[in-house]
Design a protein around this ligand. Structure first.
Ligand SMILES: Nc1ncnc2c1ncn2[C@@H]1O[C@H](COP(=O)(O)OP(=O)(O)O)[C@@H](O)[C@H]1O
Ligand SMILES: [Mg+2]
Length: 291
């Protein structure tokens, strides 16, 4: 069964990401965060209730807090859309945005070493070709945040690339601007999150060109795009408790699923536990529950 999740389908040209439905309204986009959840590059057959609203609310908080030019025009649905959404399915999960030309690289910033960075380091002593000190432990803090871009693959796995490869594709000036501004966003966001008890171990940002400038697009500093760890429990040398989809990944690792075929239906308790983690991240960072 495909994820039904959202009944409303609008009569505008539509592009579907793994999590978001993007409608082209002409001059602007309507971006709807659904309750879909992906792991290991697969969208799960069932969703996490409220997840889209949680992601939308958290991203909006960051867009308003970070002080970086971004794509959001409005967090309210235009009246013509409200009329097409009688059940209110789209309420609280939709934003109207500027239409940007998407930079074809994901800007990944890592302040701690985990995931593919940890695997890379164990094999090569580097992350994406950036040499690191010896003797780092899993989930250790890095002295400086690392910028490790990846290509935005249309389908399948995003691939890490070196900063040089990115510079060749975009020009050195644009690549440098993306790196500096991404690190700046990470520094500011992670310091705010830290004061509220959450470590942002790493995160992925997307940028787009609008009116000749680079603006922040898509989502920012959510549990889908970041690793969030409870700061009070952080201890290098092991995996960390987390507010993100690590819980789901660990469940999937325990099943017989081969990650090369459609994933299994998620059991109710995994759905609920995942939902609780997303909600906890929202509440802890913004100080507010789901609106
Ligand atoms: N302001 C914007 N202008 C153009 N494209 C955007 C904008 N914001 C987000 N996008 C694109 O819309 C899509 C959002 O869907 P999403 O489910 O997040 O995709 P993905 O599966 O790539 O994570 C992505 O392809 C993202 O690059
Ligand atoms: Mg995305």
């Amino acid at each position: 069964m495909r994820p039904a999740l959202l009944q409303t389908d609008l009569p505008f040209p539509k592009r579907q990401g793994k999590v978001r439905d993007v409608y082209d309204l002409g001059d602007e986009l309507l971006i709807v965060s659904t309750d879909r959840i992906s792991a290991f590059d697969w969208v799960m057959p069932n969703g996490i209730p409220d997840k889209g609203r949680i992601l939308n609310q958290l991203s909006l908080f960051w867009f308003r807090t970070l002080g970086v030019e971004h794509h959001v025009i409005d967090d309210q649905l235009p009246p013509k859309i409200v009329a097409l959404d009688p059940n209110g399915d789209l309420q609280g999960r939709s934003i109207v945005t500027r239409k940007a030309k998407v930079v074809p690289f994901e800007c990944v910033i890592r302040g701690y070493i985990e995931g593919s960075g940890w695997r890379d380091y164990q094999k090569t002593g580097s992350i994406c070709g950036i040499r690191l000190p010896q003797g780092l432990q899993q989930c250790d803090a890095l002295r400086e945040p690392l910028f490790t871009p990846a290509t935005k693959a249309d389908s399948g796995h995003d691939e890490n690339v070196s900063f040089e490869q990115m510079s060749l594709a975009l020009g050195a000036e644009v690549a440098c601007e993306l790196k500096e501004r991404s690190i700046e966003v990470y520094r500011k966001g992670s310091s705010i999150a830290k004061q509220r008890g959450i470590i942002v171990a790493d995160t992925k940002l997307e940028w787009g060109w609008f009116d000749g400038r680079l603006i922040l697009i898509d989502e920012v500093l959510t549990p889908d795009s970041s690793r969030f760890w409870p700061a009070s429990e952080w201890q290098p040398g092991r995996t960390q408790a987390s507010f993100d989809k690590q819980y789901l990944r660990e469940f999937l690792d325990r099943t017989a699923w081969d990650k090369n075929s459609p994933p299994p239906e998620l059991p109710g308790d995994i759905v609920e536990q995942t939902r609780q983690r997303y909600l906890a991240a929202l509440m802890q960072i913004t100080g507010q529950g789901l609106a």
